[in-house]
Ligand binder design. Sequence first.
Ligand SMILES: Nc1ncnc2c1ncn2[C@@H]1O[C@H](COP(=O)(O)OP(=O)(O)OP(=O)(O)O)[C@@H](O)[C@H]1O
Length: 522
Amino acid sequence: MTADVRQRDRSGDRAHGAGSDPTAGPVLSVRNLSKTFPGTRALDDVSVDVRPGEVHALMGQNGSGKSTLIKVLAGYHSADPGSTAEMDGVPFEAGRTVPPGLRFVHQDLGLILELSAQDNLALHGGFARGFGRRVLWKQQEAETRRVLAAFDIDLDIHRPLAAATPVQRTVVAIAAALQGWDGGGVLVLDEPTAVLPHDEVERLFEVVEQVRNRGTSVLYVSHRMDEIFSLADRVTVLRGGRRVGTYDVSSLDTRSLATRMVGDEVDPDFRAPVVTQGHQPVTLQAQDIRGKWLRGVDLEARAGEIVGIAGLAGAGALELPYALAGKAGALASGQIRLPATSEDWYDVQRARDLEIPLVPADRQTEAVVAEFSVAENLSLSSLRSLGRRGRLSAKDEATLVETWSERLSLVSAGPGAPISTLSGGNQQKVILARCLAGDPQVLVLCEPTAGVDIGTRVSIYRIIADLAAHGLTVIVASSDEGDLLALCTRILVLRDGVVAEELPAEGLTKNVLIRAIEGADE
Ligand SMILES: Nc1ncnc2c1ncn2[C@@H]1O[C@H](COP(=O)(O)OP(=O)(O)OP(=O)(O)O)[C@@H](O)[C@H]1O
């Protein structure tokens, strides 16, 4: 059974809204919430009610105020005066106090990957201690197993979480957040699936259902619209810091939801106008690429081609872009060359010298320099070309930043603004601009639209398609099939570390792609 079919079955079983009782009073109610940063009104008079037992989605374009709302609820940001909030009918001051039934899993999960699941849970919930404050390890282990048993997760609780899969880590973060809270309340999940492959997304959906089954409501932030239709009962849409409305998911379809978010007609099934470039010269060749997951991949791409890479977790799809950019680590082997510039083959361990820019999967830890401004982040890979006699030309840098800010419709308080004040989607645009600013021949993208809203996605697709039309070769790996269908001329499907299928994108449907990724027809 394909993921799509499973999703339909589940929503059919449950019927949207069945998890929540419209006549019941809200478990969480926030009224007239505003938040002003210097120069930005991030939230403007927003009200949200979460019903008992519902999955309530929070959606909106990049910069619409979702994270700010979550951060005010978590007490990280204060709120402007004038709001009221109640949890289970008990008033609290949003931005100053956090009621015990309100639990959070933030995007970065808040885990220490060098530590085991047991230690991470203990850091959140406290160690079991005996006489003289000695840790009672047996008791601690039993408690860890009890907490994780609720989520039916197969995980060695003593191994560092670095060795766990992304979804296992997410489940540990959810278990940690809910520790000591037995039902009721609200769990806030801030983009838990941003970079999860779809089989792991499925697993996470099951966990969300388990959370709901214990009577805990879920406030769920996501940019992936298919998730909202599979999972949520209601959705609140924010635009420009204001609440557009709250809707029963069953009353919407993807187009009407996208239009409410963007405020304009949007085509959720947009496909970039890219064409197969059979007559163009080969610009990238890779042979026998191996690594942690890869078991010998050959690849050839032509100028103007956008080649997609798809696969389940562990298939190697997300490892391949790193190997091509020479950033896959010591395990990687194989050969790569850019025949348009040189006949020489490079070992992937030396592929960095080819300077193929990579938009990495996790922009926060792999790309963004949090202490730097927008301009400094954007110009980082072009510093050599912006300098004269070893000195950086501020004027050239300003021109570069202005050109790319305009081209990508970047929303920020200006080039000098700290990048950390930009919404996630706008940070992604800065990283994309950094990679494009050097005018590369080949560009490698990994999860290019992670955390990017539907409107911005389409503009990113258009930009990449336009660059491809002018000869750029693009390799794009994504766990979001929508990216691959929107962008690619052909898609390589990896299974068990090798190319199992190659699909021409023309006429390809999401269902056929998912079946290929799952190896469902074998
Ligand atoms: N610490 C801050 N200082 C200044 N401005 C901020 C700060 N945090 C957020 N903003 C601004 O507030 C607005 C709302 O940002 P927020 O991060 O809440 O958006 P979002 O809907 O979560 O976006 P995304 O989907 O990209 O994560 C944006 O214009 C952002 O630049």
